[in-house]
Design a binder for this molecule. Structure first.
Ligand SMILES: [Zn+2]
Length: 402
């Protein structure tokens, strides 16, 4: 699709025109176990307001196919409004209801809803990864960080699967025609950006505990969950992960003087992950390289602790408060890179954490700074393709060093 590259100007125009109240998103993973199925059905209802009735905008959806689009009760003609990755929405009212039924692709590239079949036991695992703009590969949305909304996720999937999302599970309804399938209904999320929404589904191994805060500032007890695929369970040292998580929550709640803002803290270690980790509120995803199958060195544990603390700092800086556009990506990443190391040292007693920072992260920044591709920490990001290029040693490590 040739119009995937949203520009900063287009995003600014869109957020000047509309504000989004909520998304109701139903994702149907009934057939995800079957590799013959390359796509899955989605149904999305968006409620949004427009300050200039009669105006026009567009919603983003990188889709397999679209079955129907209804705007304010009127069925739109698909060949008139669907243009590649965008759907044109004309003649807006002050308050709008948009419903789109379509199908989205299972991803094999780690962008969108990634599906993995474990060659060791045939089990299937799915998870989402969106930053900066791959949420639109799963369901239609206004894909830019400053158009935050409440998300109501409903996921239909095999009943014996683990299914999770940002918010807590509210109820589970068995399919009346097939008792092996159920629909999980999740509570409304806080008001968040599209790129940090998340879905996890599959035959994951699950470990749980409850965090009981020792910090002065806190939001009470928080359920903690850690996930990995079944075949890695013998190597999954979740006790250490929980300990670091509890230490981090105690440390950051007092340091930021603001209670942890979400109702649970889950961490999933997932296969074929393109990056280190992602700060989805309430459901952080990590590369499963952080599960150490031949035992962990001190350096391994320090590195994982740093990443756990980095993602945790984002719950406040990145998730609760978010940059308007991607040129301010450094605001959250330089800060989280610094906080990852601070959390490893101060909360988890890795006494050499700043030595590691100087030798690894800062050296990475020096190296990137000598390349022709170097840029100011506050980068010029005119469009999404530039944003995707900017997750680098300048935005993270140079910013943290400064
Ligand atoms: Zn980060």
């Amino acid at each position: 699709m040739n119009n995937e590259n949203l520009s900063r100007e287009e995003a600014a125009e869109r957020s000047a025109l509309i504000s989004v109240d909520s998304y109701d998103v139903h994702v149907d993973l009934t057939n995800a176990k079957d590799p013959e199925f390359e796509s899955y059905p989605t149904a999305t209802t968006v409620r949004f307001s427009c300050n200039t009735p009669g105006a026009e905008t567009f919603i983003d959806y990188i889709h397999h196919s679209i079955d129907s689009i209804k705007l304010n009760g009127v069925e739109l003609k698909l060949d008139e409004v669907v243009d590649g990755a965008r759907i044109r929405l004309a003649n807006l009212k002050a308050e709008n209801v948009l419903t789109i039924h379509g199908r989205s692709y299972y991803s094999r590239s780690g962008e969108g809803l990634h599906r993995y079949f474990d060659p060791s036991d045939g089990r299937v695992y799915l998870y989402t990864q969106y930053e900066p703009s791959d949420c639109r590969r799963v369901f239609p949305n206004f894909e830019q960080p400053d158009l935050k909304a409440v998300f109501n996720f409903r996921i239909t999937a095999p009943k014996d699967w683990v299914v999770s999302s940002n918010a807590v599970l509210e109820s589970q309804v068995t399919d009346p025609s097939d008792d092996s399938i159920s629909k999980r209904v999740f509570a409304p999320t806080a008001k968040i950006s599209t790129y940090i929404t998340a879905i996890l589904a599959g035959e994951y191994f699950t470990a749980t505990t409850t965090y009981k805060p020792k910090s002065k500032v806190n939001s009470g007890d928080i359920p903690l969950v850690a996930y990995c695929r079944q075949s890695l369970k013998p190597h999954f040292d979740y006790d250490h992960i929980f300990k670091v998580t509890e230490n981090g929550l105690d440390f950051f709640q007092d340091l930021f003087d603001y209670p942890y803002p979400y109702p649970k803290y889950e961490q999933a270690f997932v296969p074929e992950y393109n990056i280190g980790a992602m700060e989805n509120p309430g459901l952080v995803t990590f590369t499963e390289d952080y599960i150490f199958v031949s035992g962990a060195t001190e350096d391994d544990l320090e590195g994982r602790t740093n990443t756990i603390c980095h993602e945790m700092a984002h719950m406040w800086f990145g998730d609760l408060v978010t940059m308007k556009w991607w040129d301010d990506l450094w605001l959250k990443e330089s800060f989280a890179d610094f906080m990852g190391t601070l959390g490893a040292k101060e909360a988890n007693h890795f006494e050499d954490a700043w030595v590691t920072f100087a030798n690894n992260r800062k050296a990475w920044a020096y190296m990137q700074d000598q390349l022709p591709t170097t840029h100011p920490i506050v980068a010029d990001i005119p469009h999404l393709e530039a944003a995707a290029q900017n997750f680098d040693g300048i935005t993270y490590a140079k910013g943290a060093s400064v």
